[in-house]
Design a protein around this ligand. Structure first.
Ligand code: SAM
Length: 441
């Protein structure tokens, strides 16, 4: 599989920062080899771990879908009339979808990997919130029904792009439509679109190669009975796109030569990526030389556990300045989000775009991981945090609760039993138990 030299020259080993060279179907630094998966460089620092991780996510998807299929099969047996027809259609579509996704992900399952040592095995795991089908609707929006939305997004971001885009990186590019549209309208010297989710990059890779394939959409709230499942023909691009490349990489673990790009775009990424924004900014800085541009687009709905990390736009600008970025232009607008013609509803999102110039260099964070150090290194002491203590109390109670189940107790009698033993309020406990068992149904 050959990659253009100019693209390979941008790539660096994400651990030691060494240059990579292409040897057959892998990229190699002194001690590490990075596979080309389906022809796309897989530049996660611990490539085997992340391949295994996404393999496990595929497996999980297959299990969940098989379960759905068997439940639908069961429901079909007692369904009548239009309900029968709808379930029958859904069942057939789910079976197709299982096959479509499995086929699309074939390059992942074909790549041979072996597990690393226990200490490293957990590094490079994608956050548990990022699954194979996270943001799946983006594929249909980008390549099927989202013409208006895609145009609005492109036109909004286009105004923030520098006149001379130079070498252009799009981090967390997803189904890549925005990256592609900007590649065509801004004529950068070269564009590299990255993501951690193989589903997107494999799908886009097929389209770029001019290959067509089927993919079934299941609208969240179908408007009509006919919209419970939409089998889309994803049409391969008719024209070859020059100087546009795909790369599996974690935006927070730069896999490129320091300052390799003149312009970096983070579309709908900064608030959903798992690291504290200050940490992410330090990593982002590594992509650009002083004078380079960072363009951001998307919502600011930081999804961090700690309130102090869920920043407002004012705080974002302040943190950017601390990381050496001067925000020079910024606008806010409202845009439709995932306005599918098949779904009963869609969101209007308050989105931001800005362009910042990198004014000074700032050192990268050496080891950014999603999991805490004491999980990565199983010899480290477990800190006794408030949340772990609360979980401990909950689990101790649950252990007692399940031990007490004998096939005779009712919720009421259990509540009285535990209230007597613990000196708590029986009525309140009964209410809690009802809520708990309700959730288990
Ligand atoms: C909200 S979606 C936005 C997709 C695309 N940028 C768009 O505007 O349609 C977020 C994307 O970021 C990707 N992503 C999440 N964490 C990432 C990371 N650490 N590095 C690179 N991509 C990441 C997800 O797989 C997903 O494609």
């Amino acid at each position: 599989m050959s990659l253009p030299t100019e693209f390979v020259e941008l790539l660096r080993c994400p651990v030691e920062g060494q240059a990579l060279s292409l040897n057959g179907d892998q990229l190699s630094a002194a001690s590490t080899h990075y596979p080309l998966v389906g022809g796309i460089p897989w530049l996660l620092p611990h490539p085997r771990n992340s391949l295994l991780d996404w393999g496990a996510k595929l497996n999980h998807f297959q299990q969940v879908l098989l379960q759905e299929v068997s439940e639908l099969d069961l429901q079909l047996q007692s369904a009548k009339g239009a309900v029968h027809d709808r379930i029958e259609c859904l069942l057939a579509a789910k079976r197709d979808f299982l096959l479509e996704i499995t086929t699309l992900l074939e390059p992942l399952t074909r790549t041979q990997v072996a597990a690393e040592g226990a200490y490293n095995a957990l590094r490079d795991r994608a956050p548990t919130t990022q699954n194979l089908l996270s943001y799946e609707s983006n594929i249909y929006r980008d390549w099927q029904w989202g013409e208006e939305e895609n145009r609005l997004c492109h036109d909004f971001v286009r105004d923030f792009m520098p006149e001379d885009v130079g070498r252009f990186a799009v981090l967390g590019a997803g189904a890549c439509r925005l990256a592609l549209d900007l590649h065509q309208s801004c004529a950068p010297e070269r564009t590299v679109a990255t993501d951690i989710n193989p589903l997107f990059l494999f799908a886009v890779n097929k389209l770029l190669r001019g290959e067509s394939f089927f993919l079934t959409e299941f609208p969240l709230h179908p408007k009509l009975i006919d919209y419970v499942a939409i089998k889309h023909q994803m049409a391969g691009l008719s024209e070859r796109l020059d100087n546009f490349h795909l790369c599996f990489a974690d935006a927070a673990k730069p896999a490129f030569a320091k300052g390799a790009f003149n312009t970096v775009l983070t579309p709908w990424l900064i608030d959903i990526q798992p690291h504290a924004f200050g940490v992410f900014l330090r990593q982002l800085s590594q992509y650009l030389p002083v004078g380079g541009h960072w363009v951001n687009f998307g919502s600011l709905v930081f999804n961090q556990r700690r309130e102090s990390l869920c920043y407002s736009v004012e705080e974002v600008v302040e943190l950017a300045a601390e990381a050496g970025f001067e925000v020079e232009m910024m606008t806010q607008t409202e845009l439709p989000y995932l306005k599918s013609p098949y779904s009963a509803g869609y969101r209007m999102e308050n989105v931001w775009a800005w362009r910042a110039t990198k004014r000074e260099d700032i050192a990268a964070v050496v080891d950014v991981e999603v999991l805490p150090e004491w999980v990565l290194d199983t010899h480290k002491p477990i800190p006794l945090s408030q949340s772990l203590q609360t979980l401990g109390v909950q689990h101790q109670f649950l252990a007692r609760l399940y031990a007490a189940l004998d096939g005779k107790h009712s919720i009421h009698s259990l509540a009285e039993h535990f209230a007597r033993a613990d000196g708590s309020d029986a009525a309140e406990l009964e209410h809690l138990l009802v809520t708990y068992f309700q959730r288990q149904q």
